[in-house]
Design a protein. Structure first.
Length: 255
């Protein structure tokens, strides 16, 4: 009992990593904790994204476009979150009653801007393929300003990861995590940069030839119109890089 209390005390909740939908949907590498190590059973498991993000929890903001009840008595709710780069599914079940309640209340108010924090879930069926979704811990309605701020900061952080990844590839060095990412994804730096360019409106969607899948195996979709006409007008203005972080992302993309 004392050992269990010690483990729980040492456990710290992992900070959520900001990711665009395209990168999260293409995340297929997961490293599980050692189930045989009882003293470490509270240790988090991680997924690794194509840019080298080490993910225990993810933070993503976009447009919620679909909500469906699935599974009959299992009480699962499936949602679809879309941003400029692509789409990702969210799956809430009986162990996320608050999130399920929020999604049910939003079902007749779509599309809606939302911010989601949750755990990535990577499913690999026996017949091949990989399907990534989010098991949400929280879903909150946000406004266009929150979407803009998320896009700007996420673009900056993604480009920073890409720069580190590029150096690791060119030098043949890097951390063990990065070596694993490079071996698993054989990342194309220009495609990863294009994802950011799409996110900040520098190039049109669907520029990347590689971005053909998302969390449910379907084609990548562009972000739908904002919830109302006024927001749509503001979204059009938002294509210009007003935010300092977006300007920084533009600068980093030149490297």
């Amino acid at each position: 009992m004392a050992e269990e209390n010690k483990s729980q005390t040492q456990y710290k909740r992992e900070p959520a990593v900001r990711l665009f939908a395209q990168e999260l949907s293409q995340t297929t590498v997961a490293v599980s904790k050692d189930q045989g190590d009882k003293a470490d059973r509270f240790a988090p498991s991680y997924s690794y994204s194509p840019t080298g993000a080490r993910i225990n929890r993810v933070f993503i903001v976009g447009t919620l476009t679909e909500i469906d009840e699935i599974g009959g008595d299992t009480n699962f709710i499936k949602g679809r979150l879309v941003d400029a780069t692509g789409a990702i599914n969210i799956m809430a079940g009986q162990y996320q009653p608050e999130v399920s309640g929020v999604l049910r209340r939003l079902a007749d108010k779509l599309p809606a801007f939302v911010a989601i924090v949750g755990k990535p879930n990577i499913y690999k069926p026996k017949d091949g393929g990989s399907y990534t979704s989010i098991r949400p811990e929280s879903v909150q309605i946000v406004d266009l300003k929150a979407v803009e701020m998320f896009t700007a900061e996420t673009a900056k952080r993604t480009i920073e990861r890409i720069s580190i990844l590029k150096k690791a590839i060119s030098d043949g060095n890097g951390s063990e995590d990065l070596k694993m990412v490079i071996a698993a994804y054989n990342p194309n730096i220009e495609d990863l940069k294009n994802m950011v360019r799409i996110a900040i409106g520098k190039i049109p969607p669907n520029t990347n030839i590689q971005t053909t899948t998302n969390g449910d195996g379907g084609g990548v979709k562009t972000q739908p119109p904002a919830p109302d006409k006024e927001v749509s007008k503001e979204a059009a203005k938002a294509e210009q890089p007003k935010d300092q972080n977006v300007i920084s992302a533009h600068t980093l993309l030149k490297d």
